[in-house]
Design a protein around this ligand. Sequence first.
Ligand SMILES: Nc1nc2c(ncn2[C@@H]2O[C@H](COP(=O)(O)OP(=O)(O)OP(=O)(O)O)[C@@H](O)[C@H]2O)c(=O)[nH]1
Length: 552
Amino acid sequence: MSSDAQQHALEQLQNLRREYAAKLPSVLTKLEHSSEQLNAEQPLPLELLQPLYQELHKLAGSAGSFGFAELSVQSREKEQLVKKWLGGEAPTTAEVAEFVAAVQQLRVLIDASAPDDAANVLVAGHSQAVQLADADRHLIYLLEDDLDLAAELQLALTNFGYRVEHYVTLDAAEAAVGKVRPDFLLVDVMFSGDSRTGPESIAALQERAIDPLSVVFITARDDFDAYLAAVRAGAVGYFVKPLDIPQLVNCLESQLKLAQSSPYRILIVDDDVLLARHYKVVLEHAGMRVELISDPREVLEVMRDFHPELVLLDLHLPECRGYEVAQLIRLNPDWLRVAIAYLSSESDEQVQANAVGYGGEDFLTKPISDLRLVSAVCVRAARSRQLSEAIDRDSLTGLLTHARIKERVNIEQQRARRLGKPVCVAMIDLDHFKNVNDTYGHAIGDRVIRALAQLLRQRLRQTDSIGRYGGEEFVVALPECDTAAAKLILNDLRESFAAVTFNASGTTFNVSLSCGLVSSDRCAGGSNLLEIADQALYRAKAEGRNRVCEAN
Ligand SMILES: Nc1nc2c(ncn2[C@@H]2O[C@H](COP(=O)(O)OP(=O)(O)OP(=O)(O)O)[C@@H](O)[C@H]2O)c(=O)[nH]1
């Protein structure tokens, strides 16, 4: 996050804290008033104790988050006392008087807190970088003094959709880094002699860089000391020659996926609006998207529109309980994968355990520090996303499963009709793939399938959908794309894939693909685009394979 954004978030938090501090005297006046009434009557009536308990409960939860730590602790103590009285334990007159006096002392604790006290510190470093939105091709600086190997690597990586700039010396590469930062620095590391491309030089380069570079080592060494040197130079990948290009691309892709993942979507349901806004600022500062609602009646609409990955639920809400909202969410099978955690001041373990039994998975107790909030939310949202991807994604390739890509094609077809812009659907199949399996084994066959998946991901747009339709069959949907453009893209893909060289059993081989293509604007409204694309694919196979055929 830039320092401007950091400053903006800090200012937002300070404003919220000031707003909260300004409200506190009236909150305490109300509390004092409620507690003074206790003197008048014995035994204590429930209608007096209940609101008093709620006010203290809320104060204990929110004060800590706004930097009034002692006020939070003291309110919690008083809350527990009132809870005992609510449970039937009768206090003596002296105890009640002591309680009333203690409540009046709470006001002193407001002034005792320094203005804008940084009890909660904004958390840096947890932000999920959302970057590269407009970069079509990721940039690699290749530092390689063997010109033949460099040319080979440059071609192979270009085929996978990367932009590769070649440098022969570290100085030249470093000068380029100073001008445009690459996504990766791929270095053929020399371990012997006083080489300028030894691991120490790379480590020194990392020291000089403002942010660590994503360095990938290429080397002939395959021993502990060499790996250790790579770790110390901050390498994110390590590849021993001869290079397995699909594996190298796999590593680059995983790194990019980490850096590019979209922000986690968090829904907060809490009627304490100021506190919820504080959480929102903190989580947004950490790179997440946050929606707030204070009225649980809005939950269904927000679930449908916002698709949260994690719901943070207060337990005590107007009209209903947090666990009822959790159960309500769980009634919809589409939301089973959404994680639900309670974020409440409730400290009674039994109440917490019961709430967790009803739909939610977890309990976070207010007050919660910003650091803990961000880490707790990150972990839970990441788990929810992982689970969701495991359900929707094919385990070998990470592409959409058969069911999901069919669904996507339908959605895109309807969208195309609505917008009046065509969607192209392509069915892609590897040629003579049985031969690959029979000759090199199933594991190598799997590697070929993964390589095609990587290439598709690299070359197609974020808005395109890609799925593994069957064993060696893939489907892609290209929205807002006409047949001519789709044909160009797919032919380019076909050529690139045919140029990828696989290593197995000491030999190298290449695999081609065939593709059937259909555009929604060439078919009647309700046509089955997948069936038509499949017929076109059949023709591509019949006409000799390694080609793209349009539907008739
Ligand atoms: N390695 C591997 N092979 C698979 C997978 N799924 C399907 N296959 C294999 O893919 C091959 C498909 O063979 P065929 O349908 O005969 O087609 P082909 O050999 O590609 O021939 P054409 O499509 O006519 O060019 C079979 O050998 C399957 O076992 C998989 O997940 N991994």
